[in-house]
Design a protein. Sequence first.
Length: 500
Amino acid sequence: MKKTSYLFLIILSFLFFNFLIQEKPTIYLIGDSTCADKPLDDNPEHGWGQVFHNFFSDDIKIENHAKNGRSTKSFIDQGLWQVVLNKLKPGDYVFIQFGHNDSKISDTTRYAEANTTYRRNLIRYVEETKSKGAIPILLTPVNRRKFDDSGKFIDQHGDYPKVVREVANQLNVPLLDIHSKSLELFSKLGADKTKELFLIGVQKGVFKSLPDGKDDNTHFTRKGAIEIAKLVVESIREINLDLSKYLINELPFSEEGNGKVVALDYHFNKELKKDKDGKEIQFHYTWEDRENSGFYELGNLIENLGANLYEVKNAPNYEELSKLSIYIIVDPDTKKESENPNYIDEKSIDEIVKWVYDGGVLVLLANDFGNCEFEKLNKLSEKFGIHFNEISRNNVTGTDFHKGKFDKLPNHPIFLNVNSIYMKEISTLKLSANAKAILTDNNEVIIASSEYGKGFVFAVGDPWLYNEYFDNRKLPKEFENYKAAKNLFSWLLNKSKKVR
C-alpha cells in the first residue's frame, strides 16, 4: 500500500477517534432563586433548574449556575457570569432567566431598570455567549403567585418580560416565554390550588428546615419546580429547538413515596475535606456530593419517587428516628477515614433496634475489609441476624468490570427486568435468626434482609449505589444499577410507613 494511503488511514482514524471522545454539549442555567439548586436536607424548597436534568437523556449535561438573590447586574458584578463564560464551548447552550431581583430599586447592588440596564445586560449575555460559539436562549421571568379578592391573577413583573421578548426579537435568539405560560397555569389552577406549588403551602412543623412554614409566594416546592420545568420543556418543543432531540418522553416522577422520609446517616460516616475556598465540608456517601463518591444521584431518584430526603447528623435517637420512614447507614468510619470516628455505640444500637421493631426500615450498606468499621457495625446488624464478613470480594482493577458482574439474579422485586448489576470490593454476609438471603453467588450471601417486629432491615456489603456506579457514566450499558436502585427503593418505600 502506498504511503499516501497509510497517511489517509491514520488521519481518518484520528478524526474518528476524536469524534468518539467528543465532549457532550452542556446546558448552562443562569438566573435567580426560582431556578437555583436548594439544600436537600428535609427542605421543601426547590428551584426549577434543580429538577431540569430529569427531562433529558444522558447525551447532554446540565450545569445549574443560578444563585439566590441575583439579578442581571449582580450576576455579572460578582463574577458568576465569567465562570460560565470561561467554560463555554461551541454547541453549548445558555439559558438566561432574570427579573425577580432586577426590579429591587432600593438595592443598588441588584437594581437594573428594565428598559436600560436590564436590557443592556441581557444583550451582553447573548453576545458574549455567541462569541464562544454557544447558543443563548432567553427566558422571561416566571410569575410570582398573587390573586385579587375576586380570584383574578395579578402580574407583578412590569416591563421586564416585555424587554426580554424585545431583546430576543432584536437579536434573533430563541425565546421561552415562561412568564406567559406560568400566568396561564396559575390562572387556571386558581388561588387555592397554586399554594401547592409555592412555599406558602408548606404546613408548620413538617420540615426541619422550615419549622414555622413561610409566607412565600415566590419560591417553589418540589412539585412547583417540576411544573415550571415542564413549562420550559413544553416551550423547547413548541419552538422546535435542536436540543429537543435530548428530551425524554417517559418522566421519572411518581407519588409512591408521598408522606415518607428517607434519611442518610451523617454521623457514623463523617469524612471531611476542604473545598476550593478552604472551607471544611463533609463528603463521601452524602446527598450533596455530586462527585463519583456521593449519593446525589440516588437522592434525586428517591425524590422522584415522591419521598423527602433527610440527614441524621448526630447519634440517632428514637425521637428523631420516629420522623423517618427509612434510615440508611453507609460505611461507618475507621481511623483511616476519620481522626476521631463516631463509632456505633450501645445506646445508638438500642435506639435503632427499638425504632425498627416499631416499624422502621433500616438499610445497612457496608464496604470491604480495610475500608469499613466492622466490629461495632456487626453489633448492630447481628440484632437482626446479619453479620458482615471481613473480606474483600470482587476486586476490580481498571476497566475489568466483568469481575464485578452479577447476572444470575433471582426472581425478586429488586431485579424486576434487570439483567445484570455491578458491585466491586464487597463484604459477604453470614445469616442467622430471621435473616434471609436475597442474592447469593457461589454459595456466598451478597444481599440479605430481615423482618424484625413491625420493621424491616436490608443489607449489602457495599455502598453499591453511589454516583460512580449508579448509572452508566462509567459502567458499560449492560449493567443496570439504576434500574435496580429504582426497584429497590420503590420496594422499600412500599414497606415503610408514612411519617407526615
